[in-house]
Design a protein around this ligand. Structure first.
Ligand SMILES: NC(=O)c1ccc[n+]([C@@H]2O[C@H](COP(=O)([O-])OP(=O)(O)OC[C@H]3O[C@@H](n4cnc5c(N)ncnc54)[C@H](O)[C@@H]3O)[C@@H](O)[C@H]2O)c1
Length: 257
């Protein structure tokens, strides 16, 4: 049992499947009371029923007030997990404005809105935990999708900012940055996902396990694929070399897709 989350009141967005469902199951297994949010009401209800949680379906950006009602007026842990992977259109081709807007809204602004709703109470109580499911794309990039790469960098930057701004006031922040995870999103990620994510993909439960280890060790950056630390260092140490390497992957993808 992880003491920090025993009996905690937890919200997980995008928890109707994939990583969110694994996080919800793991928190419930630790005796937490869990609100299961997802745009897909049937899937949210199925997971809530399975784990003895409470389904609060709908857009992740608007979940906090209803979740507070469901949990008796307190949220201890908020997992900003819902995410979308859109490609945004090839430069030179039609720009997918909707894809960009949706990516900003779900991958970044939903986190910002939740933090605004939660922080007054957390700062008053001197405690609260914000878990952001980012992606290794937030530290590196994702071949073939500019909106995903850019908005995941945004999600990471926001989590980082929250952590450095409020850590001395009792707010804990964790940024989870996995590469491939076997979920619907990986299945939908097309040939780029097959090339760069599938070969080293892990299970959603492995991501939950990595988060819980990170909570026990009080760590901000959660890397379910430890090798991402080396790639992140290589990118910072020599951007030209890193870009050259990524371009080789891009060209391999172009030749094989
Ligand atoms: N699967 C991967 O390879 C991978 C890798 C790194 C990071 N991630 C991130 O993990 C998170 C979870 O993705 P997943 O892989 O479990 O995918 P998934 O498609 O299985 O789950 C995402 C869930 O979010 C829900 N959702 C989408 N928009 C929503 C919204 N506005 N409000 C509420 N729910 C919404 C979907 O209905 C879906 O159930 C995402 O943020 C994703 O970017 C995934």
């Amino acid at each position: 049992m992880v003491e920090a989350v025993q009996g905690a009141k937890v919200v997980v967005t995008g928890a109707g499947g994939g990583i969110g469902a694994a996080l919800a199951r793991r928190f419930a297994g630790q005796g937490a009371q869990v609100v299961v949010n997802d745009l897909d009401a049937d899937r949210a209800e199925a997971v809530a029923e399975e784990i003895g949680g409470i389904a609060v379906p709908g857009d992740a950006s608007r979940v906090v007030p209803e979740a507070l009602d469901a949990l008796g007026g307190r949220i201890d842990v908020y997992c900003a997990n819902a995410g979308v992977g859109r490609d945004g259109g090839e430069p030179g081709g039609p720009l997918d404005e909707q894809g960009w807007t949706l990516s900003w809204d779900v991958n970044v602004m939903a986190h910002v809105r939740a933090a605004h709703a939660l922080l007054p109470d957390w700062l008053e109580r001197g405690s609260g935990r914000f878990v952001s499911t980012v992606s290794a794309a937030g530290l590196l990039t994702m071949i073939g999708t500019a909106p995903y790469s850019v908005t995941k960098h945004g999600a990471y930057a926001f989590a980082e900012w929250l952590s450095l701004t409020y850590r001395h006031r009792g707010v804990k922040v964790h940024a989870i940055c996995p590469q491939g995870v076997r979920t619907d999103m990986l299945t939908d990620s097309g040939s780029a996902g097959e090339l760069v994510l599938r070969p080293t993909a892990i299970e959603p439960e492995d991501v939950a396990e990595a988060l819980f280890r990170g909570i026990e060790e009080d760590r901000f950056l959660i890397l379910p694929h430890p090798e991402v630390a080396e790639y992140y260092q290589a990118r910072a140490a020599d951007p030209e070399r890193w870009l050259g390497g990524m371009n080789r992957i891009q060209r391999h993808w172009e030749a094989t897709r």
